[in-house]
Ligand binder design. Sequence first.
Ligand code: ZN
Length: 342
Amino acid sequence: MTPTLWNQAVKQDGFYHIYNLDCGQIPSSCQEVVEGLPGPAVLHIKGMSSVCRVIVTLLHGDEPTSLRTVLDVLHKNILPATNIKIVIVSVDAAALPPLFSHPFEPGKRDLNRCFREPFLYQDSHPANNLYRLLDGLSPECVINLHDTASGVPSFALSMNKTPAHVALGSYFCDTLIHSPIIIGALTDLPLEGPVVSVYTPQNAATKTNEKLTKGLLALWQDKSVQGQTEVQTISQPRRLELRRSAALTYSDKPVFGVNCTLRNDIESCSFVTLQPGDTLGWVDHNRLDHFRIVGRSNREQVSTFFSANDNCLTVNQTTTLFLLSKNPELAKSDCLFYFSAE
Ligand SMILES: [Zn+2]
């Protein structure tokens, strides 16, 4: 961060606030921003009306494409229709070497699973700080930007699917996943306006995401948030979770001694329609006992959706997977993936 810009920062309730931001002063590389900021920051951009829209970015420190795209939009120096607050969250995790490789600091929890008790109400917890910030701003809408694997289409995710949620999602993508399962994500927050997470494919090196740029520019300049394109909703997908005791790895063949091996190219299955018998990976002699299904009723059987014949983990029905994580720690503590089955 340039020293002049940095001198304007005011520390308050866990964030470094930069008021009346002059967009021309913002460094153009996300590396400079992360290395220059001493912690989570809020950039306040004055617009034509006092309505407030919030853009949350870098909730995960290893997702620079969204931040880079936000910086690119800032540099266009366009007066927004409303006040805009850009919240750059996991600066500390992002700044750990190698830069942009840590979703959160080692030994800490995934922040996007902390927006629930007890963390949400713990004084000075980053989740509590962010909740109080957002609640105090009474935003018209909040978008929470995440990077996802490259090659995957952009999609949005929300707790509710009111017309306001769908309209907000339509700025960025044509698919909205409506997932009412409480997992402690930012989208769970009980704010007045819609909160939507937007996932855009990660780009290498210095590239921004064109579709995200377009969506942000439209949201920047529209006087009211209104539907942009037709949005397909995927309602109430289920989660496939791995039991705590099971070990997990990713490989192109079963790994001896590991309870569950998922295909190395599992991310390429995102939003691809899988047919009965298609392989996701391999399991040991405990077969489907390693898994549980979460999302609808408590009684759903793993065997309704998946099989483990000859130790091969396959799907039983026409199935679409999404929100796959290839980070074994995250996949184990959260879920292997979300899926919808016909
Ligand atoms: Zn993320």
